[in-house]
Design a binder for this molecule. Structure first.
Ligand code: ADP
Length: 199
């Protein structure tokens, strides 16, 4: 699942897991970090004075990506379907926009990405496409603390733009995430089952 914050990735990952398990598949959701870990990460950043646009922050994220990869690989090897709540597309999007890596040649990004994810690409990548203002409203309802709506909106517009530029593979499915949770779920399930049945 890929998409900007508030697009519905976690919601859809959970629903897809339930649906696939009902159909008899062993299925897990893997996310780079859950809410508790996110809070711990924020504390860690503060204690070590790591700013979000530093190289140190990139390495910190690289560690989380790698851990997500390790867990995912183990689960795949054990015969599970893995639903990744963000994968390497997020890595490219964020490092294309923010921090020192955005200023480096693109092969830097590709090499680092390979180091973390070992070139393990998803069989299907659902990009949940939601206008930034809708995603922001959902995040406010969810309880996210947003310091500046203007800045956040400008940043996520950029994120959405880079996501769209990266949607080039046949494995990428664009889903209209502004539709209801149920409709989005049905579309994602349909695409997933088509992919599974193709083998
Ligand atoms: P993400 O994981 O992409 O940040 P979430 O799955 O946490 O997004 O969804 C953000 C919020 O929006 C949650 O409160 C969720 O219940 C709500 N939400 C998700 N999808 C939809 C939808 N299609 N329509 C309305 N609200 C939604």
């Amino acid at each position: 699942m890929e998409g900007i914050d508030g697009s519905g990735k976690s919601t859809q990952a959970a629903l897809l897991q339930i649906a696939l398990e009902r159909l008899g598949y062993n299925c897990v959701v893997e996310k780079a970090k859950n809410n508790n870990q996110n809070n711990a990460l924020k504390k860690f950043k503060d204690i070590f004075k790591i700013s979000t646009d530093s190289i140190a922050f990139m390495f910190l994220y690289q560690a989380l990506h790698r851990q997500q990869y390790e867990r995912t690989k183990a689960m795949l090897d054990a015969g599970n379907i893995v639903i990744a709540d963000r994968w390497n597309m997020s890595f490219f999007v964020y490092h294309n926009i923010k921090g020192e890596l955005s200023k480096k040649p693109k092969h830097f990004l590709q090499t680092l990405n390979k180091l973390a994810f070992e070139g393990l690409d998803p069989d299907i990548c659902c990009f949940i496409d939601v206008p930034v203002d809708i995603a922001l409203k959902r995040r406010i309802v969810r309880g996210d603390v947003i310091a500046s709506l203007e800045e956040e909106s400008a940043f996520y517009k950029q994120v959405a733009k880079v996501y769209h530029e990266l949607l080039v593979s046949k494995a990428h499915i664009v889903i209209n995430g502004a539709l209801s949770i149920e409709v989005v779920h049905r579309q994602i399930l349909e695409h997933t089952l088509t992919m599974i049945n193709k083998g």
